[in-house]
Write a protein that binds this ligand. Sequence first.
Ligand code: IPE
Ligand code: IPE
Ligand code: MG
Length: 245
Amino acid sequence: MNHSRIPRHIVIIMDGNGRWAKKRFLPRYAGHKAGVETVRRVLNFCAEQGVEILTLFAFSSENWRRPQKEVSLLMDLFVTALQREVNNLNKNNVRLHIIGAREAFPDNLQKLIVEAEKLTENNAGLTLVIAANYGGHWDILEAAKQLAQKVEQGVLKSKDINESLFAEQLCLADLPKPDLFIRTGGEKRISNFLLWQLAYAEMYFTDTLWPDFDKATFIEALKSFASRQRRFGRTGDQVEEEENA
Ligand code: IPE
Ligand code: IPE
Ligand code: MG
């Protein structure tokens, strides 16, 4: 595949674990467990194709509304996956970063997150971002609060707030913008994921349930991305002219 057409930053809503399990008469938890295996596979696909950043939606601000038992199983799974995978990630030169309101997590999980980020912070390979207790509304509100605080402290004037200053306060500010958004599981919605950051991401929806997401589906998404013309408000002719210049 033409390298210039490979997305630098892919974000994925990993959906469909529950339905995958239900189809097999298994508890929903089995679907989440199978979903962790998919994460491992997808990391390899990304590395093979030269994708630089992979951001995965693992738990939304709204997922606390699920039955308490499912929530605590998900927390346990997060802990086990971190414990089990972090050395491997480190060996593979992956830099791990967690976004979301982590203060809501159990203490042991918060500690593991800090340790995993610290261990991998200087790795120069793929950047893996896990969004956990993340919500786009939360992200934007936090940014607004930080700017309001600076105004209160007198270090910023409200008239100086502009798009780039606002964006700097948001999650993923230090990374290139998402190029390709993938949602598995058939739903066609953003579910409060990266509301600001997805402004110009290319959207790709597949009915494939997350535990079934395989290389073929991944390549389909990349092909679809490669075939699109990203105009960012300009005309197609303008974009072509620039590409030929
Ligand atoms: C996504 O799969 C994983 C999380 C939200 C944690 P779901 O659990 O939402 O699976 P479905 O949508 O019920 O099939
Ligand atoms: C979005 O999936 C959140 C994650 C994948 C972590 P949901 O399954 O929670 O989304 P809705 O509720 O169907 O919109
Ligand atoms: Mg779902």
